[in-house]
Design a protein around this ligand. Structure first.
Ligand code: 3PG
Ligand code: MG
Length: 402
């Protein structure tokens, strides 16, 4: 696999480099960026190319528009932050491969940077039809002499700007993709033990494949967040009105048995913060996880669980964490996520490799007041890192291999 360092050995003056970044940042109602982690993570690669004299054309997506322009998914809110962090004005094209993009790219001088509008405004970007994707990739490739793949958060997507473009241009792994893959290798190839994985978030169905694979590599699996209730149900407990994926109870039961047989420790919450409804303005109480009242829902792991989870993490040499422990956006339900974050910070200072996986988990720890350097690595890709840990091949990485 060639990397950006190989590309930087060439004289890039007069050359145009297409960079696929992941600038899919959360925005508030006024479309201001609420967590700029992905923009910051994208800057080093863009800056290196620009400093080397290349004309840099950055392409990215935001949200999931359906192949046509929609104001609320415009990348325009990102241009200002990108310019600030790069320390130079970034030109913005109002479309992806249309008149605006063509004229912006044609106007670039050596060292200039342009950002094109949301790739997913064009149906070719995410099409399942290879010819349609290929036609869009042809148009993107026509802008440039080389392609740098740096959008780690999308490398699990077989999309035009991630996969097909690499078959049309000399291609290189960007610095961010390189760093992320190096860390993930340390989690999968002979991890230092004890190795614990903490999984949370709402949807148990999204995590089944990774749990299955982690059963072969991890020593401990800690499960919190909305997905924990399906596991509690599988243990025979009632979960009141908590999130439940009734169709997956059997699978979870099988996992619990498999874990026992494989010597993997599965740790579930022993107590739960419950409330009559999903709101910050109602009375909450803490109950044992096997005594959730029929008319209440669990919204965070309880304080005993926070202590239990911490005790299973602080002596670890390797920890991967994906997904919050509760509805941390609301103050009454943030303590569990905070307890896990604190335990990771302690493990980090004890010398462990700790990895916070994913845009949402990363945003959660920053929102709770932690800083990036308190953890070993904060990944920019939740879905991508989970698929890597599932053992799946990632199209956007595979295509860079030759
Ligand atoms: C993400 O937010 O996980 C990445 O930017 C990928 O976005 P997607 O899940 O919409 O493909
Ligand atoms: Mg996502």
């Amino acid at each position: 696999m060639k990397t950006i360092d190989n590309l930087l050995e060439e004289d890039l003056h007069g050359k145009t480099v297409l960079v696929r970044s992941d600038l899919n940042v959360p925005l508030d109602e006024s479309r201001a960026i609420t967590d700029d982690g992905r923009v910051r993570a994208s800057v080093p690669t863009i800056k290196k190319l620009s400093d080397a004299g290349a004309k840099v054309v950055v392409v990215a997506h935001l949200g999931r528009p359906k192949g046509a322009p929609e104001d609320k998914y415009s990348l325009r809110p990102v241009v200002g932050r990108l310019s600030e962090l790069l320390g130079k004005d970034v030109a913005f094209a109002e479309d992806t491969v249309g008149e605006s993009a063509k004229s912006v790219v044609a106007g670039l001088k050596d060292g200039d940077v342009a950002l094109l509008e949301n790739l997913r405004f064009n149906p070719g970007e995410t099409s399942k039809d290879e010819a349609e994707r290929g036609a869009f990739a042809d148009e993107l490739a026509a802008f440039a002499d080389a392609f740098v793949s740096d959008g780690f958060g999308v490398v699990h997507r077989k999309q035009a700007s991630v996969y097909d473009v690499a078959t049309r241009l000399p291609h290189y792994a960007g610095g961010l993709v390189g760093d992320e893959v190096t860390v993930l290798k340390r989690l999968t190839e002979d991890p230092q033990r004890p190795y614990a994985v903490v999984l949370g978030g709402a949807k148990v169905a999204d995590k089944l494949a990774v749990i299955e694979n982690l059963m072969k590599t991890a020593d401990r699996l800690l499960i919190g967040g909305g997905m924990a209730y399906t596991f509690l149900k599988a243990q025979g407990h009632e979960v009141g009105t908590s999130l439940l994926d009734a169709e997956k109870v059997e699978t979870c039961r099988t996992f619990l048995e498999e874990a026992k047989a494989n010597g993997v420790e599965i740790v579930l919450p022993v107590d739960t913060v419950v409330a009559p409804e999903f709101s910050a303005a109602v009375e909450t109480e803490v109950v044992p996880s096997d005594a959730i009242p029929a008319d209440k829902m669990g919204l965070d792991i309880g304080p005993e669980s926070g202590k239990l989870f911490a005790s299973k993490l602080t002596d670890c040499k390797t920890v991967f964490w994906n997904g919050p422990m509760g509805a941390f956006e609301m103050a009454p339900y943030a303590a569990g996520t905070k307890a896990v974050a604190e335990a990771l910070v302690e493990a980090t200072s004890n010398g462990a490799l700790t990895v916070v996986g994913g845009g949402d988990s990363a945003a959660a720890v920053r929102q709770l007041g932690f800083s990036d350097d308190q953890f070993g690595h904060i990944s920019t890709g939740g879905g991508a890192s989970l698929e890597y840990l599932e053992g799946k091949s990632l199209p956007g990485i595979e295509i860079l291999a030759d």
